[in-house]
Ligand binder design. Structure first.
Ligand code: ADP
Ligand code: MG
Length: 173
């Protein structure tokens, strides 16, 4: 992956219209509190979405531990979008929209796929943790644990979306 041309916080502070982050990816302020990051489906580019999300979370005053939770959740959702949604086709885009208000930060991760036929159930996850099943397949489990609210399988005109919210109050639902 190329070195980013701009750091997330710089982009947010400068409120540029569209910023080239690194080859094939851009960030665009949609309004004062919303940024849209457009990424190719390539390993490593999920870090751009993680960094922008973390930057907004810092602005909002989340503590470092919560910011790490958010980074992990955004990473898992973005990698799922690239792997399962877009099947590692680098021409297919992952669009990550991050928005915040006084109380919460919301991240949408949109891929060009059709979403999940079935979400893994808790029993499968327990078996993986006990190493009775291959230990892949923990991404959704982690996302559920790390954010306050999550919706999978939101089908939109742009494709399949995962919505994640972390709140200042930290009430998980
Ligand atoms: N964005 C997505 N589009 C389609 N299917 C998905 C998506 N994200 C997850 N899935 C499905 O849910 C399963 C579980 O995802 P996850 O818990 O992250 O495990 P893993 O990515 O290791 O398979 C995936 O194997 C896949 O079948
Ligand atoms: Mg995964």
């Amino acid at each position: 992956m190329d070195e980013p041309d701009a750091s997330p916080c710089t982009c947010i502070e400068e409120k540029e219209l569209t910023v080239k982050i690194s080859s094939g990816s851009t960030a665009r302020m949609l309004d004062d509190r919303t940024i849209e990051v457009n990424l190719p489906s390539k390993m490593g580019y999920e870090r751009i979405a993680m960094d922008f999300s973390a930057c907004f979370a810092r602005i909002l005053g989340f503590d470092p531990e919560r910011i790490e939770d958010l980074r992990t959740a955004v990473s898992e959702a973005s990698l799922n979008a690239m792997e399962h949604g877009n099947r590692w086709d680098s021409n297919r885009r992952v669009v990550v929209t991050i928005n915040y208000d006084e109380e919460s930060l919301t991240v949408f991760v949109v891929d060009e796929g059709r979403g999940m036929a079935q979400l893994p159930d808790e029993r499968q996850v327990r078996e993986k943790i006990a190493q009775l099943q291959p230990t892949r397949g923990l991404g959704i489990f982690l996302i559920r644990r790390l954010v306050d609210h999550v919706e999978f399988n939101r089908l939109t005109d742009q494709g399949h979306a995962v919505k994640m919210v972390i709140t200042m109050a930290g009430a998980r639902s």
